[in-house]
Design a protein around this ligand. Structure first.
Ligand code: PLP
Length: 280
């Protein structure tokens, strides 16, 4: 049974309890972060902690810990869970208070961290996707636990035997319900620029860095729907799956649905760079 961290204590996950008045439970008044760790070494730790702090600032929750304290906490939790390959889930809620929409004045944030085993997979994974209209709110740059729109979209993917939903807003690509999207056509790689309509993915940034090191230009700009449907390759990026290739979009093959030359090149460079960059 895994050990988690809750409000300064390391406890069995099955025994961790929070108040029903926690604003995370009542309102989804919380932000979160997910990062992978391999044998006690973390991938892109500084970038994940920076995004966590940005998100806490955006929703006016005082950061409970310094980067050093987060690092120590994660290292301790990793050790208590056998230092295997783990995905770490960090959640910070505004805390426990009488139910009221206004942000309470004196509220101690609830801090919860748990980890789950990372599934090993062949790299890159190949999956199918559907598209849907992006009906989420206008602050998708905030990694909040209020994920009901994303869950409803993901469930549509499940019902269509697809892995992910690629979202379209006003004729433009935004992102996946839990991933960022890259599109390749005519030898050019494109991805939507960060805005309040997408999450600034840590993996997206790392892929951009890898592309740069490989001398492959990536256009960071508006990607229109036609470019998505005309693509010869589509990739999804996220911290738990790295890079995933899409073979079918709405049941139709992407490119010839079988070959992913650019993805294979970028994916192997990504894995090498990732392993080199692991920090303990
Ligand atoms: C909506 C959304 N976009 C993008 C991502 C990818 O972000 P990252 O690469 O930091 O995991 C996620 C990850 O969960 C997500 O939920």
């Amino acid at each position: 049974m895994s050990i988690c961290f809750l409000n300064n204590e390391y406890v069995l996950l099955s025994e961790a309890k929070v108040s029903v008045l926690d604003r995370g439970f009542i309102f989804g008044d919380a932000v979160y972060e997910v990062l992978p760790g391999f044998g006690g070494k973390f991938f892109a730790l500084a970038q994940h902690l920076e995004r966590l702090n940005d998100n806490l600032n955006k929703v006016s929750i005082d950061p409970p810990y310094s980067s050093k304290e987060w690092e120590e906490l994660l290292a301790t939790l990793s050790e208590k869970n056998g230092n295997s390959d783990l995905s770490f889930y960090i959640q910070v809620t505004r805390g426990v208070a009488e139910r009221n929409h206004f942000f309470p004045m004196d509220c101690e944030p609830t801090v919860f961290v748990m980890c789950t085993n990372l599934k090993s997979s062949s790299n890159p994974l190949i999956k199918s996707c559907i598209t849907r209209s992006d009906n989420r709110w206008g602050r998708c740059d905030i990694k909040t636990t209020s994920l009901l729109p994303n869950l409803m979209l993901k469930n549509e993917a499940l019902l269509s035997d697809a892995f992910e939903v690629i979202l379209l807003k006003n004729g433009m690509l935004t992102e996946g319900a839990s991933s960022n999207v890259f599109v390749v056509s005519k030898g050019r790689v494109k991805t939507p620029e960060v805005s309040n309509f997408i999450l600034p993915g840590v993996t997206r940034d790392f892929v951009l860095q890898v592309l740069n090191e490989l001398g492959i230009t990536c256009e960071r700009r508006t990607v229109i729907t036609a470019e998505l449907f005309d693509a010869c390759e589509i990739w999804l990026t996220s911290s738990t799956n790295d890079l995933i290739g899409i073979n079918l979009l709405n049941g139709k093959p992407v490119g010839n649905g079988q070959e992913y030359p650019m993805l294979e090149r970028v994916s192997s460079a990504f894995t090498e760079a990732k392993m080199r960059s692991l920090t303990s």
